[in-house]
Design a protein around this ligand. Structure first.
Ligand SMILES: [Zn+2]
Ligand SMILES: [Zn+2]
Length: 213
């Protein structure tokens, strides 16, 4: 891919919210957070969706929004350019290797999703516990859709801090040699082996060995 440092007229192809919702399965505020964050970053970085690790995204949570991040950016676990940090924060950093630029998108503490439609907070426990009637479940989905629409119509700067940051660009994914586990006989990447009595074992087998020590 060639980098495109052109003007505002550049048409960047960004997947629709419906595409993200199809991938995720349902419409929810979390998915919407990931969608808005990714869209803001792509526009700021002026980059196309990732093909072959031109982009890297660091997500600081493993919630619904990460699915939108994958759809919009093309950064995935499988390609090795979606990096997960277990900080339980709605913060996403998008890095473009071609331009060397990075954008950090962080949910503002002042943005209160629960205040958009407080009715859903009454319905949610019923829906989650499976005690909601069909009408209540339908009402819940309708209100979740409404929250998502409201969020997408809200100016992004009311929801997120979006700014360029300096980050160390992570290395591209590496491919390691395969090694056979002496216990289960399955192959594993050399980088993740454990050594037991001088022999290579895989992580699950190593944990079996060490259980109860
Ligand atoms: Zn969700
Ligand atoms: Zn094993």
């Amino acid at each position: 891919m060639t980098s495109n440092h052109s003007n505002e007229n550049t048409q960047i192809q960004i997947p629709t919210f419906e595409e993200a919702a199809r991938f995720h399965g349902h419409v929810c505020p979390g998915l919407t957070i990931g969608y808005i964050a990714s869209k803001a970053a792509i526009e700021k970085l002026e980059t196309e969706r990732d093909i072959d690790e031109e982009l890297v995204t660091i997500v600081e949570n493993d919630a619904c929004g990460v699915d939108a991040v994958q759809v919009l950016t093309g950064c995935t676990i499988g390609k090795g350019n979606l990096i997960y940090k277990d900080h339980a924060k709605q913060v996403f950093t998008f890095i473009c290797r071609n331009s060397g630029k990075a954008v950090r998108v962080a949910l503002k503490a002042s943005f209160n999703i629960d205040a958009i439609d407080p009715e859903v907070n009454k319905l949610r426990p019923k829906v989650m516990s499976g005690t909601a009637t069909e009408d209540e479940a339908q009402e819940f989905r309708k209100r979740m859709d409404g929250i998502s629409v409201t969020m997408r119509e809200t100016p992004v700067e009311e929801i997120f801090d979006v700014k360029f940051v300096d980050v160390d660009i992570p290395h591209k994914a590496r491919i390691f040699n395969s090694v056979k586990c002496v216990k289960c006989g399955e192959m594993m990447a050399e980088s993740r082996t454990r050594v037991k009595n001088g022999e290579y074992v895989c992580i699950p087998c190593y944990e079996e060995y060490t259980r109860g020590w």
